[in-house]
Design a protein around this ligand. Structure first.
Ligand code: HGY
Ligand code: MN
Ligand code: MN
Length: 433
């Protein structure tokens, strides 16, 4: 089942660039786009585990990435700060009493990541800020690089964007990483070091724009560079596992075993079958650990992650319930202990229709039509959609590949995104929502 996508009414190809001067601004963007591409290459080398790209929540490489990107924000005339959750902010204040338009994405990565997923949206935001530096804007502009959208360190996603909106729960703050370090303790250390934990006032936000590679095959198949996003799928992230009894592989009869791995293997294949058989449902086991991990020892313990997604919240929640019940049944049948922990559950969210229409109009100036693609991937926009108008611009990526080192968006498509975003900002300045 590939991610849910659908093309709602598409925007016609018409120039919406606003005043003639704005076209001059957009045509001067070539050098900014070239700089963007070289910066993505440079940032893509900032890793905790070279030569592969890994940057996780508050890791040393994430600190180096914030320092590098913060310098680029300053170069675009932005005031730079980091907050207690490790998010990086570049701000251009607006007129007194005005609201702020946020442009952002995340700077953390998955393991063995590509260099575009996340950073492309942050560096595009910096390029937009540079492009409109001389324009009079009736609102403030902030570029933000969130510290943890992927959720690799604590298996709980959106920690940066949820943190700055004051949405982290006590249960999330109590999460521990593989070294037993508590999320809440990490944030407290930063708070004491002087990083602000001031929560964003949603009422001060004009909107949130996230530009992101599509991470799917549709734009390439339609031979178009950009799309807008009507909504973002809901996702549930689970850590589950069985505990049985390790034993001798050569002397323990099959009927007397309490093998944790074979039960987990049933869960893995049943989750796949359920998702294949349920339209709109996606289920993935991305990580599985076996103990004690010797070839001639019956596995006594096996834990695994489960990532369940759907644009339809009822389908997702019913699948989560069915899989939990299956695990309990397998544990009873096989004399095992069963562990099921929901690390996080985020509902499917719509993006803001008015802001998305403006974004599509800005993109339509450069391409014959602008598809609407529902996002199967999660994004920080899913968090902000609950607090202010949120819109997303998808950028074509080669083969639809992402969460892989071969992830690639072309300089031409990145330049198209930059032109569209500059038009979008200038149009908002000229014709407020
Ligand atoms: O997993 C996701 O959907 C996103 O890339 N964090
Ligand atoms: Mn990702
Ligand atoms: Mn992403």
């Amino acid at each position: 089942m590939k991610a849910e996508t659908h093309s709602a009414p598409e925007m016609s190809g018409s120039s919406q660039s606003g005043a003639p001067g704005d076209e001059r601004k957009t045509s001067d963007l070539t050098d900014l786009a070239d700089t963007l591409v070289s910066r993505l290459d440079e940032l893509g080398k900032v890793s905790d585990e070279e030569p592969r790209l890994v940057r996780t929540f508050l890791s040393p490489a994430s600190a180096r990435a914030n320092a590098l990107v913060g310098g680029w924000m300053r170069g675009a005339g932005l005031n730079v700060r980091e907050d207690a959750w490790g998010n990086l902010w570049g701000s251009r204040p607006g007129p007194p009493g005005s609201r702020t338009l946020l442009i952002g994405s995340h700077l953390d990565t998955v393991v063995d990541a590509g260099r575009f997923d996340g950073p492309a949206g942050v560096l595009l935001g910096i390029a937009v800020a540079r492009a409109v530096a001389e324009a009079d804007l009736p609102f403030g502009l902030e570029v933000v690089g969130f510290s943890d959208e992927e959720g690799v360190r604590f298996q709980s996603t959106y920690l940066g964007s949820r943190g700055c909106l004051g949405l982290l729960t006590p249960a999330e703050l109590a999460l521990t990483d593989d070294d037993g370090i508590r999320l809440g303790d990490l944030i407290e250390v930063r708070r004491r070091a002087g990083f602000s934990d001031a929560v964003l006032e949603a009422g001060n936000l004009l909107g949130y724009l996230e530009m992101h590679i599509e991470q799917g095959p549709v734009l390439e198949a339609e031979n178009l560079p950009l799309a807008v996003v009507p909504g973002i799928a809901g996702q549930t992230r689970i850590l589950a596992g069985f505990t049985g009894k390790a034993g001798h592989a050569g002397t323990t009869p099959m009927a007397l075993r309490h093998d944790a791995l074979t039960a987990a293997a049933r869960m893995v294949t049943e989750a796949e079958t359920l998702a294949r058989d349920t339209p709109g449902l996606l289920a993935t086991v991305g990580k599985l650990e076996v103990a004690p991990g010797a070839g001639n020892v019956i596995p006594g313990a096996c834990s695994f992650t489960l990532d369940v997604r759907s644009p339809d919240n009822n389908i997702r929640l019913r699948a989560v319930e069915d899989l939990e019940n299956l695990g309990s049944a397998l544990a009873r049948e096989r004399g095992l202990a069963w562990h099921w922990e929901i690390k996080q559950s985020n509902p499917a969210v719509p993006c803001d229709a008015a802001l998305t229409t403006r974004l599509a109009e800005a993109a339509a100036a450069d391409q014959p039509r602008v598809p609407c693609l529902f996002s199967g991937a999660g994004h920080d926009a899913a968090v902000f959609a609950g607090s202010c108008p949120a819109a997303m611009l998808f950028i074509r990526c080669r083969g639809g590949l992402s969460h892989h080192p071969d992830e690639f968006a072309s300089p031409e498509d990145l330049a198209a995104a930059l032109r569209a975003a500059v038009r979008f900002v200038l149009n908002l300045a000229e014709k407020p929502l």
